[in-house]
Design a protein around this ligand. Structure first.
Ligand code: CA
Length: 230
């Protein structure tokens, strides 16, 4: 069997940790576990895993702080992080995404869902080195980054520069959840012009332009938006 990626699970509840370790090991992943934040951080440094599964409510150092330390450490920031969250932690999910976490799963989850998220995040991590695609084609939607054009079902569609940046950011990272704040910074670009801070308005306008394919942009309640994965 091919040795698969190494995954570090930081989770303080022994039953959940054990269940996750079991289902990941069964898939061939090499798994290690840590039961508090401090141990988690030191294992991340020593083992340099291919991915970290990070519970947010942890003793000693909490999950968001771990995420912040990983993502601000030049040696560790490339390691993808999937947050594991409890119900009602939507605000923490948003904070975590802004700190650089790559995705999240909400408890309770099935091992099928967990494995799918892991595969998607690992795939994106492997793809993220080459330059962003110039042309993104999904269903009848063609987004051309070099010409800043959009066509839907063969018809050219006019977009403002801001709408284009928003659409392109989402579509070049299918499956990735963006918080509203992250999308606002894409919309604003590097200008200091005043923009409408209500991202839902911008997203609504872009959806309208996508016409029958408007549901390519999915709303993640309480968190933000993502472009549907194939
Ligand atoms: Ca916990």
């Amino acid at each position: 069997m091919v040795q698969r990626e190494r995954i570090l699970i930081i989770e303080d509840e022994p039953d959940i940790l054990e269940a996750m370790q079991y289902s990941l090991a069964r898939e061939g992943y090499r798994v290690s576990g840590a039961q508090d934040g401090e141990e988690g951080l030191s294992k991340a440094e020593q083992e340099y895993p291919d991915l970290v599964l990070l519970d947010l409510m942890l003793p000693k150092v909490d999950g968001l702080e771990i995420c912040r330390r990983l993502k601000t450490n030049p040696d560790l920031q490339a390691i993808p992080v999937i947050m594991v969250t409890a119900k009602g932690e939507a605000d923490d999910v948003v904070t975590g995404l802004e700190l650089g976490a790559d995705d999240y799963v909400s408890k309770p989850f099935t091992s099928k869902v967990l494995l799918a998220r892991i595969r998607a995040v690992l795939r994106r991590a492997n793809l993220s080195s080459p330059p962003p695609e110039e042309r993104i084609v999904r269903l009848g939607v063609v987004i051309d980054a070099s010409r800043h054009t959009l066509s839907v079902e063969g018809q050219p569609v006019e977009l403002t520069a801001r709408q284009f940046r928003l659409l392109h950011a989402l579509a070049s990272n299918p499956g990735r959840v963006f918080s509203r704040e992250q999308l606002l910074s894409k919309v604003a670009g590097d200008t200091s012009q005043i923009i409408d801070r209500n991202i839902d308005v911008h997203v609504g306008a872009v959806r309208k332009k996508l016409g029958e394919h408007r549901d390519l942009i999915q709303t993640i309640r309480g968190v933000g938006y993502r472009f549907r994965e194939a």
